[in-house]
Design a protein around this ligand. Structure first.
Ligand SMILES: Cc1cc2nc3c(=O)[nH]c(=O)nc-3n(C[C@H](O)[C@H](O)[C@H](O)COP(=O)(O)OP(=O)(O)OC[C@H]3O[C@@H](n4cnc5c(N)ncnc54)[C@H](O)[C@@H]3O)c2cc1C
Length: 504
């Protein structure tokens, strides 16, 4: 694998199998601002026979897992057990871009529904289906050179942090260790250094992607610029199968990690104080406010400060002055790598343990992380909410159940990018809001809380917290960028091979 922009490593066999040297050259050499028209293709509309599946398996360097294989049940599972009932006809663990092209051509030729998977964390289960699942997990190489990282599309976030930390660098990305870099980066990517360094899609400098016609395209600001634009926030599963990303890195040395709690009776005050404080502190400080009812009720502000402990405490004091006495707090200076492990919930685990367990690509034999059944919805707050809004949100959290509202600070570097510079439009948002619930009543609670807060937050939503029930999803996820995304889709996937219920 590793078709890095500065070190293309495709061998001759790969080139031939994905449609010829000419096709690749035509794909990569286009430097105009216009989207390249995708090659016209037609489907044979014939259901695949067992022999077709066998031929597909033989043609892959990676592994095709089919019903009846010992690994099938493990291979078809996503992060959320809610989708365990879905039985794909095949799961292809693609070892390189030509495996991906092989799968794309198979699906197109034989009219097999295609789903694309990296970390398997899609909230809606859209990285599985009844046809062919293309899993990019084997393509997980992570390399660094001269301030740039090349990351295989199947890399999990904890491995990205760990490998890059060895070079004293990192990229801004999310906190969940087993999320795949692909789903995260293609939809935006909110993380603990976002206010300083931006979203994951903001540091994306290139992406290699196999499109519906089986071509491998190298996209950046000068090559297929419209497709590149769409890959920065347009959402995974829409435009092709990403196989590799090029990211700009930032230095990663010691940082300060903090967790501060207040008594639940301070929740309304904490919410109002935090939403004024979080987007206004220096960009070096990123924080998240959790209002939770998981067992007991809890108000917690956690975060990362890219600076010393004393300065961090001074900034936290400014928040505490507005809320009142804390019930507990912890402020620690740690290495960047350790900070990512802490924020991932893996502070007592090794990196290898900080994975899902198993022997399939992307998992580790000693992986300890559980899967999670949950329901979720989102908003983006473009304005601070009123006292009445804060009271409503706290009252929703106070209802019986097992749920949280997670508010992640934005602003800073995220807000300095123009809304149309990438497909992620929410540049003016102060923070994201996620309603996240477990167990009996989870779906009902998220629906209710989301509806109750709509008058206060409006209709914006984050495509990475994809919500199949969301009305007006096109404008909620993409705002004024929706039309341009649809044009890119029409240019690169006119036959809509990549088909999602909320497809651009
Ligand atoms: C526990 C948890 C914590 C999270 N934390 C954060 C966070 O801190 N910040 C944040 O921004 N988000 C966060 N998310 C949301 C996360 O970014 C999205 O769920 C994301 O889409 C997951 O990507 P994935 O590759 O793991 O999932 P997948 O289910 O594999 O993919 C998600 C979508 O992208 C598509 N896709 C996957 N791989 C490719 C590819 N190679 N090419 C093209 N399309 C592809 C899939 O078809 C699917 O539609 C979190 C989610 C969970 C469950």
């Amino acid at each position: 694998m590793r078709p890095a922009p500065d070190a293309p490593a495709l061998d001759r066999r790969t080139l031939l199998r994905i449609g010829g040297v000419a096709a690749l050259t035509a794909g990569t050499a286009l430097a105009s601002g216009a989207a390249a028209p995708a090659r016209a293709w037609t489907s044979a509309r014939t259901a695949p026979r067992p022999a077709d599946w066998k031929a597909l398996g033989r043609g892959l360097e990676g592994r095709l897992i089919r019903p009846g294989d010992a690994a099938y049940d493990a291979a078809r599972r996503l992060f959320d057990p809610a989708y365990d009932g879905i039985r794909p006809a095949g799961v292809a663990y693609c070892a390189n871009p030509s495996d991906v092209a092989e799968c794309v051509n198979f699906a197109r030729r034989l009219d097999v529904p295609l789903a694309v998977r990296s970390g398997g964390h899609s909230y809606a289960g859209w990285s599985t289906g009844t046809g062919l699942v293309v899993d990019v997990s084997p393509m997980r190489e992570i390399a660094h050179r001269s301030g740039r990282a090349t990351v295989g599309a199947g890399a999990k976030l904890i491995d990205v942090y760990d490998r890059l930390a060895a070079h004293g660098v990192s990229i801004p990305a999310g906190s969940c260790p087993t999320v795949g870099v692909s789903g995260l980066a293609l939809g935006g990517g909110i993380g603990v250094v976002a206010r300083k360094y931006g979203l994951t899609c903001d540091v994306m400098e290139s992406v290699q992607i196999v499109t519906a016609d089986g071509r491998l395209l190298a996209c950046d600001a000068n090559h297929h610029p419209e497709l590149f634009w769409a890959c920065r926030g347009g959402g995974g599963g829409n435009l092709g199968v990403a196989v590799s990303f090029g990211f700009r890195t930032h230095p990663a040395r010691e940082v300060t990690v903090f967790f501060v709690q207040w008594p639940w009776r301070r929740a309304v005050r904490a919410l109002r104080a935090w939403q004024a404080w979080a987007p206004s502190v220096p960009d070096e400080l990123w924080s998240t406010l959790h209002l939770s009812r998981e067992g007991g009720t809890q108000v917690q502000v956690a975060g990362v400060y890219l600076g010393g402990r004393a300065e961090c405490e001074r900034l936290l004091d400014r928040l505490a002055d507005r809320i009142g006495a804390t019930s507990s707090s912890s402020v620690r200076r740690v290495s960047y790598r350790q900070a990512m492990m802490i924020m991932a919930g893996c502070s007592n685990l090794s990196v290898s343990q900080c994975h899902q367990g198993g022997s399939l690509p992307g998992r580790t034999p000693d992986g300890r992380l559980p899967r999670d059944r949950f329901a979720a919805k989102s908003h983006l707050a473009y304005r601070p909410i009123s006292e009445a809004g804060a009271r409503t949100l706290v009252a929703e959290v106070d209802r019986p159940g097992s749920h949280s509202v997670l508010l992640d600070a934005l602003g800073g570097a995220v807000g300095r990018v123009r809304p149309d510079a990438t497909a992620f439009p929410h540049r003016a948002a102060l923070y994201s809001v996620q309603y996240y619930a477990h167990r009996t009543g989870a779906t009902a609670w998220t629906r209710r809380a989301h509806a109750a807060m709509r008058p206060h937050f409006g209709d914006h939503a984050y495509v990475n917290y994809v919500d199949p029930e969301l009305k007006g999803w096109r404008s909620a996820y993409y705002g004024a960028n929706a039309g341009r995304l649809a044009r890119v889709k029409a240019a690169y996937d006119p036959g809509r091979l990549f088909r999602l219920p909320q497809g651009v």
